[in-house]
Design a protein around this ligand. Structure first.
Ligand code: LRH
Length: 470
C-alpha cells in the first residue's frame, strides 16, 4: 500500500509543533518535525500574540517535514479557539492579534450578564465568557467606530494561517462555533448575534465545513505540490476527533492541557436555560455536528504555579519525581474552586490560590508537591462535576472517560478524575490535536473512509492505561 505523508501544524497557547505523519497500511506513525514555545506578550496591559513569529515557525516546521518526507502530500492547521485577526481589503493586518487572556473584555461580560445573555445563548448556544470573540470584537468596535470601513474580514487564527499558506480566506466551522456568533440551530452565522454585538456581517463568510482542499501551498519554495487541507481549525475539535472511542461504550471525553475540555459528540445541542447556567458550550465538530463541552481552567493552574518554586521540574525525570512526591501527600481535605475567575490570569497564580483558600479560612499548602496534589485533585473534582452535569442535562449515562493531551500522562490527574467521577478513566497518552488534524487530512485525501474507520484503526494501534475509581 502507498505511504502518505502529511504535516499537522498544531498551535497551542503555550507551545506549537509541526508533526509529520506517515500513514502506511492503516498504521499512523508520527514524528516531531519542529516544536517551539508560544506565549502572549503584554504591552501596556494589553495581551498580544506574536503572529509573525508563529508564521516563521510554521514555515520552518513545514520545510523540516518536507526534508523528512520529500513527497509531503498535505498540511493542515489547528490552533486554540476564539482569537482572531482583522484584515483590510488587501489581506493586510489591521491590528496585531489580541490574546484571549486580556482583561479588556471583562466589562463586556458584566454588561452582557445584565442584559441579553439569555437571548445570545438562545441564538448561539455559547455561554458568556471573557474569552469570546464576540466580546473581543465588541471592545474594538467601541474603541474604533471607523473599524468597519477599514476591516473587511475577520479570520480566526487557524483561518489566518491557512490564508498565509494557501492564499484562500475561509472561515472554518469548528473555530467559527467558538466565536459566539454562529447560530446554534443551523450552520450559518447568526444575524441576531451579529446585530446584537454590532459586528459587520461582511467580516464572516460561510462558514465552511472541514474536509476540503484549499489549494497548494504558496510562497514556500519546495512546497508547491503540497496541498493545504481545511482541517477542523479548533485544536479541541481535532483532539476530540482523535478519541479512539469504542462504539460499545458511552464515552465522555476530556482533552487535557492548558484547559480541561470535558464533553461528548452529539447530533443535537444541549440547549436551554439550565445549560446556560451550567456554561455548556455547544461547539461544533468539523462536519457540523455538535460537541457540547464544559471549559474548565485546566493545567494552566499548575503551569502558572510552577514559577513560584525554585525546584520546579525541568525534565521528564523531574516531572516524574514531582508527581511521585505529590502522590505520596495525603489527599487534601478541601479543594480549590477551579471555576473562580480570579485564577484566569493573575499576576501570581500561587498568590491567587492562597487568597482563595484564605477567604475560605483554609490553610494554604507549603511545598510544590502539596500544590500539585491540590491542583490535580481539584481538577479531578471539576471534571467529575462536568460529567454529572451532562448526565443530568441529557439523561445520558457515561460509562468511561477517555483522556488525550498533556494531562493524559499525569497519573495523579487521571486517578483523581476517576475517583471523583466514579467511572474508569482511559488514558491514551496521545498528542490528540495533531492526530485529529492528520486524521482529517487523510480522510480529505481519500486515504481513510471516515472518522469511524480512522478511530477503529487507531484503537488497535494504541497503548492505553485504565484508571479505576478507588
Ligand atoms: C484549547 C482551547 C479551548 C478554548 C481555549 C481558548 O486550546 O482551544 O478549547 O476554549 O483554547
Amino acid at each position: 500500500m502507498k505511504t502518505i505523508h502529511t504535516a499537522a501544524i498544531d498551535l497551542g497557547a503555550t507551545s506549537g509543533r509541526v508533526i509529520a505523519g506517515v500513514y502506511t497500511d492503516g498504521k499512523l506513525d508520527m514524528q516531531e518535525a519542529h516544536r517551539f514555545p508560544n506565549q502572549f506578550h503584554v504591552i501596556r496591559e494589553r495581551c498580544y500574540w506574536d503572529v509573525p513569529g508563529l508564521h516563521t515557525h510554521i514555515r520552518q516546521g513545514l520545510l523540516k517535514a518536507k526534508e523528512m518526507a520529500p513527497g509531503l502530500a498535505s498540511c493542515g492547521v489547528d490552533t486554540w479557539a476564539v482569537d482572531s485577526v482583522l484584515l483590510d481589503g488587501d489581506g493586510r493586518l489591521v491590528f496585531p492579534a489580541h490574546a484571549y487572556r486580556d482583561e479588556r473584555t471583562l466589562p463586556y461580560v458584566d454588561a452582557l450578564a445584565k442584559g441579553g445573555v439569555d437571548k445570545v445563548y438562545e441564538w448561539t448556544g455559547i455561554p458568556n465568557q471573557a474569552i469570546n470573540t464576540s466580546l473581543q470584537l465588541q471592545e474594538l468596535l467601541d474603541l474604533y467606530p471607523a473599524l468597519p470601513e477599514i476591516a473587511q474580514r475577520c479570520l480566526l487564527l487557524s483561518d489566518y494561517f491557512n490564508f498565509l499558506l494557501s492564499g484562500v480566506q475561509e472561515n472554518e466551522i469548528s473555530n467559527a462555533s467558538s466565536t459566539q456568533l454562529l447560530e446554534v440551530n443551523g450552520t450559518k452565522y447568526s444575524r441576531d448575534a451579529l446585530n446584537f454585538f454590532g459586528i459587520p456581517s461582511k467580516w464572516f463568510h460561510g462558514p465552511s465545513l472541514a474536509g476540503k482542499l484549499l489549494g497548494k501551498v504558496v510562497g514556500i519554495e519546495g512546497l508547491e505540490e503540497t496541498d493545504v487541507v481545511l482541517v477542523p481549525g479548533h485544536d479541541t475539535a481535532c483532539a476530540f476527533d482523535a478519541m479512539p472511542t469504542d462504539p460499545d461504550h458511552t464515552d465522555i471525553y476530556l482533552s487535557s492541557g492548558t484547559w480541561s475540555l470535558v464533553g461528548f459528540e452529539s447530533d443535537t445541542p444541549v440547549a436551554g436555560p439550565e445549560a446556560m447556567v451550567e456554561s455548556v458550550s455547544n461547539e461544533r465538530i468539523g462536519d457540523g455536528r455538535y460537541r457540547p463541552i464544559r471549559n474548565i481552567m485546566g493545567l494552566w493552574l499548575l503551569e502558572q504555579t510552577l514559577p513560584a518554586f525554585r525546584e520546579r521540574p525541568r525534565s521528564d525525570e523531574e516531572w516524574e519525581e514531582l508527581i511521585r512526591a505529590a502522590e505520596a501527600e495525603p489527599a487534601p481535605g478541601e479543594l480549590i474552586d477551579v471555576t473562580d475567575s480570579a485564577l484566569f490570569n493573575p499576576a501570581s497564580m500561587k498568590g491567587a490560590i492562597d487568597a482563595q483558600l484564605q477567604k475560605r479560612s483554609i490553610k494554604h499548602p507549603e511545598s510544590l508537591s502539596d500544590y500539585t496534589r491540590l491542583i490535580c485533585e481539584s481538577l479531578g473534582a471539576g471534571h467529575a462535576t462536568a460529567v454529572k452535569t451532562f448526565e443530568r442535562l441529557t439523561g445520558k449515562k457515561f460509562d468511561r472517560m477517555l483522556i488525550v493531551g498533556g494531562g493524559s500522562k499525569n497519573r495523579l490527574l487521571c486517578q483523581a478524575t476517576a475517583n471523583h467521577s466514579g467511572i474508569p478513566v482511559v488514558s491514551f497518552s496521545l498528542e490528540g490535536t495533531a492526530v485529529g488534524n492528520i486524521a482529517n487530512q487523510l480522510i480529505t485525501l481519500g486515504a481513510v473512509k471516515d472518522l469511524a474507520a480512522f478511530r477503529a484503526r487507531l484503537l488497535g494501534q494504541l497503548q492505553k492505561t485504565v484508571y479505576e475509581p478507588e
